[in-house]
Every structure is written in C-alpha cells, then in structure tokens.
Design a protein around this ligand. Structure first.
Ligand code: SAM
Length: 220
C-alpha cells in the first residue's frame, strides 16, 4: 500500500528536518482529547507555512480556519517580535480549545482569534489590512468567498495559500456532487481568471493522505 510508505517517508523527513516540539505535541494531544477532527496540517506542512512566512518577510498573517491552532502556532512563531496572526474559527468549541493552546504556547500577544463564521468576521478586518500572508483552510464550499476577501485584504506581494485542493484526486471531476470539490474547483478557476494573481498548485502525499495546495502571489 502506497499510503503506508507515505507515512514512513513523512516520519523519516520529519524526524530529520522538523524539530521535535513538546508544546506542539501537547497541542495535538489536547485537540485529540477534546474530540477535534484530526484536520490539523502535518508537522512538515506546519514547518512549510513557517518557512513561507519567513521567506516573504510576513509581519501580518490571516488564517481562515483555526481548528485547535496547530497551524496558527507554527505561523505565529515564524513572525518577528511585533508580528501578528489573526485567525478565524466558526465553531465555539474549536475556538475554546484553540485559545487554551495559544495560551499554552505563550502566544496570546501575537495571535488574535475571532470566533464566528468567517463570512461575518472577515468584513471586520479591513482596518487591520493589508495582510502579508493569508492561509485559507476552513469550509471548502466557501473558498470562492474567501478568495474575494483575501484579495480585498491583501497588497502586492501578499502570498495566498489554499489548502486541500486535490482531495484524493476528486478535484478533476466537474460533475462531483461534493460541494467541497465544487468550492475548490471554483476557487481554482477564479484564480485562473484573476489578473492580480500569479499562482501554482502542488499535489502532496504523506501522513495526511493525497491532497495538495494552491500558492498564489498578489502581483498588483
Ligand atoms: N488550520 C488548521 C490547522 O492546520 O491546524 C485546520 C483547520 S480545519 C481543516 C478547518 C476549520 O475551519 C475547522 O475548525 C472548522 O470548524 C472551521 N470552519 C468551518 N467553517 C467555518 C466558517 N464558516 N468560518 C470559519 N471557520 C470555519
């Protein structure tokens, strides 16, 4: 089975390149204990987000979809001393667990968590824009809406990352009755049509299965 090999390779890569971290391990344990779905990014993907933040010199990051703040903590730690992450979570239980984890990581000054559907909280962020990096990782049917907001809240040079765009290959089915697949397809096709964006997407395999992400840079 391929997926077992993917797991083994991820374990090998993570053990050599991604630092063992007691706080992040505790965060994952807390999320599991609290019954959250295991939809956190993998450790090597968390490190990739951190590297993207550092490569772009990001000071202000927006995340849509907090879950238990695992990716949020990766991003916040990558920022300079005065850097900030704003993260949006609809589910009050997820948000409570996330805030506990943010406090555990000692990042309460760097991370602001807004509870409520992102469609309600995004319009309140105009005063905090522009963001340097925007990570879209919430309900996939809303990806087209989130892309519109990401563009409003960005500036030339902003990096927009959209997670879970391959979905075990389901993304290629134009007739899919899965609204998440339709949301992701519309998202990709909106990026194609958007002259303000230069983008690519990569498939990934690993401990989280077969998926992928979109990387889009705001050029004007
Ligand atoms: N970024 C997280 C990480 O890697 O650790 C994982 C996020 S998880 C894939 C998606 C999250 O989006 C869930 O916690 C879910 O409750 C949240 N969500 C779903 N619909 C939402 C909405 N309308 N607004 C904001 N968050 C939403």
């Amino acid at each position: 089975e391929y997926s077992q090999k993917w797991d083994e390779v991820d374990n090998y890569l993570v053990s050599h390149l991604v630092e063992e971290d007691p706080v992040l391990q505790q965060v994952l344990a807390n999320n599991q204990q609290a019954g959250l779905p295991a939809h956190d990014v993998a450790p090597n993907q968390g490190k990739l987000l951190a590297l993207f933040a550092q490569i772009t010199g990001a000071q202000k990051v927006l995340e849509i979809g907090t879950l238990g703040a695992y990716s949020t903590i990766w991003l916040a730690r990558a920022l300079p001393a005065l850097g900030k992450v704003v993260t949006l979570e609809a589910d009050p239980h997820h948000a409570r667990v996330a805030q506990t984890n943010i406090d555990l990581a000692g990042l309460q000054d760097k991370i602001t968590l807004h509870t409520g559907p992102a469609s309600d909280t995004l319009p309140t962020l105009m005063a905090e824009a522009p963001f340097d990096l925007i990570f879209i990782d919430a309900d996939k049917p809303s990806n087209p809406l989130y892309l519109e907001w990401a563009l409003k809240l960005s500036k030339p040079g902003t990096l927009i990352i959209g997670d879970n765009v391959v979905r075990d290959g389901a993304v290629v089915d134009p007739h899919s009755d899965d609204t998440r697949v339709q949301g992701v397809r519309r998202f990709i096709e909106m990026i194609e049509q958007e002259p303000r964006l230069s983008a690519t997407a990569l498939q990934t395999v690993g401990s989280k299965g077969w998926d992928g992400f979109v990387l889009a840079r705001v050029i004007s």
